[in-house]
Write a protein that binds this ligand. Structure first.
Ligand code: SF4
Length: 350
């Protein structure tokens, strides 16, 4: 067996876990079910505005309930969902309700995986998760004691994996865990490149861990993961998969955004290579046929139209138009505006 993939995105031996496969297609809804967690990892990447807070996010959007989650899943035509936190098991009732509703809405093939430390996983929890339809469970065993939960999960008909941060200089510990996983028939071990962010950078820096490249990956984390992968390269029993921080932070989001654009953009919206949406906003007090026929009325004397008709619009109706902006936005429901340019103003150009 060989190591497959690309170091910038991810490397793996064997068969990629199903949850990761669908994530690579941009088809996984990221469901942050709660920020509550009773552990306290020094490298925890969960941001201050989420960690410890009982808040729910579907992709980047804060939501209230299962219906909001289903709406977000429709927007991106999701193929599945990854439930994360915090420790989702602290809100087990909410988790079960949402798995149940997602499976009812999208069918049993809608693939759902869940991350947990294992601290609160017991037989009762596993029975509930499995009967709701959970397909895959991934343990981040921050204490050796939590490996008992992995053993419990292995009794059920569900894919079980480990999810470990690739901490530099902890290669031996990771190898021990992968061997333990293999001996216990765990299906895969995911090694995540250690990520430096606003919440954890002081903790990481104080341990001599610093950012390596462009974005957030910690120096030495990739090499630690690569050494582990090489050790299990010829192993047929277990998959070892390295996931880069660039993939998690940029590629995953961009791939998911392209999917939202593909299934949810409006006819007048254009898209960029960075998976953002571009549209023109036209402000006028008049009824203009080009806008009525090819645009959308936003209210307050404002229309959204394709930037491609702006030239015709200005040629024919300059006197009737007050302002035109070109705006660039993320395609998800928050519509975060990343660029705005005034290209025509009656008071300046007229
Ligand atoms: S278990 Fe996860 S959420 Fe909890 S502190 Fe550790 S990294 Fe953060």
């Amino acid at each position: 067996m060989t190591i497959i993939g690309n170091p910038e995105i991810g490397l793996y031996t064997g068969k990629l876990p199903k949850g990761c496969e669908l994530c690579r297609l941009g088809g996984k809804l990221v469901l942050f079910i709660t920020g509550e967690c009773d552990d306290n990892c020094y490298y925890c990447p969960v941001s201050d505005d989420r960690f410890g807070k009982n808040r729910i996010f579907a992709n980047e959007t804060e939501v209230k309930d299962a219906m909001d989650v289903i709406y977000e899943a429709y927007r991106m035509k999701a193929l599945g969902a990854g439930i994360t936190g915090g420790d989702p098991i602290l809100e087990i009732g909410r988790v079960i309700e949402i798995i149940d509703k997602l499976k009812n809405e999208f069918g049993s093939d809608f693939h759902i995986h869940l991350y947990t430390t294992g601290r609160y996983v017991n037989d009762d929890v596993m029975k509930e998760l499995v009967s709701a339809g959970l397909d895959e469970i991934r343990f981040h065993p921050v204490k050796e004691l939590y490996l008992n939960a992995v053993k419990i999960a292995l009794k059920y008909d569900i894919d079980v994996g480990l999810e470990l941060p690739a901490i530099p200089n902890e290669g031996d510990k990771i190898v021990r865990l992968v061997k333990w996983a293999e001996e216990n028939n765990v299906k895969f071990v995911n090694l995540n490149e250690l990520e430096l962010n606003a919440r954890n950078y002081l903790n990481l820096n104080s341990k001599g861990l610093h950012a390596k490249h462009g974005i957030t990956g910690v120096e030495g984390s990739f090499n630690t993961a690569l050494d582990v992968l090489k050790k299990f390269e010829e192993d047929k029993k277990i998959t070892v998969h390295y996931c880069s921080s660039v993939y998690k932070d940029l590629v995953e989001t961009r791939t998911r955004f392209f999917r939202i654009i593909k299934y949810n953009s409006k006819p007048y919206e254009e898209y960029t290579n960075e998976a953002t949406i571009v549209r023109a906003i036209v402000k006028t007090n008049h009824k203009i046929p080009l806008l009525e026929n090819f645009g959308e009325f936003n209210g307050s004397h404002e229309y959204s139209v394709s930037p491609s008709i702006i030239k015709d619009l200005l040629n024919e109706y300059t006197d009737l138009i007050d302002e035109i902006y070109i705006v660039e936005e993320h395609p998800d429901s928050r519509r975060l505006r990343v660029g705005e340019k005034l290209i025509y103003s009656k008071s300046k150009n007229g």
